[in-house]
Design a protein around this ligand. Structure first.
Ligand SMILES: N[C@@H](CCC(=O)N[C@@H](CS)C(=O)NCC(=O)O)C(=O)O
Length: 219
């Protein structure tokens, strides 16, 4: 067990970014425990920390927090900083939590569906999985475009930004945000410009060749 705050994850992992963004935004001191197959941290992850060996995982002394959303909620309560990760207003907090679920369940999940098909067979990914994932992304894009007609994200890091930034970053690589979703494309550009997000993007830049469907030459 590490004393103090430690985050287990990988610099190319979208959900690791989701937990890193609030830590960077609030300049919270922590140790990053990068997971490498076969190393001690990875062994600990599978043996003890996570029921499915997934990451990120936050440890804070004897406390272990899994699930990126719960990590952000935990940071908001126990390690608050300048960026208000969860709005103080209960009504606004409901919206923020709802949108966090939208980005995880309907954007990131569809990215993972396509990526998993390429991990299973890079040369011949299951076309049904790829098509379903891409169709799901387009549905989510159009829903988000309509939501953005009446709503906006705050110009600082909060729970929604943490979910939106990595999911939109990778989603656009899998299925480009179409021209009829200009608000969503604008939101992607805005969140990627936040310093905490740009740091994650830059740190992962040397690893792009690992992106299973192939990374485009942009961003
Ligand atoms: N619901 C989890 C999802 C975490 C997740 O899917 N993490 C991926 C990395 S981005 C992972 O652990 N992949 C390795 C695996 O599934 O074994 C969360 O929000 O933390």
């Amino acid at each position: 067990m590490v004393s103090g705050l430690a985050l287990y994850g990988h610099p190319f992992s979208s959900y690791t970014w989701k937990a890193l963004i609030p830590l960077y935004a609030n300049q919270t001191p922590f140790e990053f425990r990068e997971l490498t197959p076969g190393d001690a941290a990875e062994g600990e992850l599978h043996a003890r920390l996570h029921p499915a060996g997934k990451f990120p995982v936050l440890s804070d002394g004897d406390t272990v927090v899994i699930e990126a959303t719960a990590i952000i909620e935990y940071l908001a309560v126990h390690h608050p900083g300048a960026a208000p990760l969860i709005p103080a207003d209960p009504g606004e907090a409901v919206t923020v939590r709802m949108m966090d679920r939208v980005f995880d369940n309907y954007v990131m999940a569809n990215v993972q569906r396509v990526v998993s098909a390429y991990i299973a067979d890079g040369a011949n990914p299951d076309p049904a999985e790829v098509e379903s994932g891409k169709a799901g992304l387009l549905r989510a894009y159009r829903w988000l475009e309509r939501w953005l007609e009446r709503n906006a994200l705050p110009p600082h890091v909060n729970l929604v930004t943490c979910a939106a930034a990595p999911s939109l970053f990778y989603a656009d690589w899998v299925e480009r945000i179409p021209a009829d979703c200009p608000r969503l494309a604008g939101l992607r550009a805005e969140v990627l410009a936040l310093p905490a997000v740009a740091r994650c993007v830059d740190d992962a830049r040397p690893l792009r060749h690992y992106f299973p469907p192939g990374a485009p030459d942009r961003d």
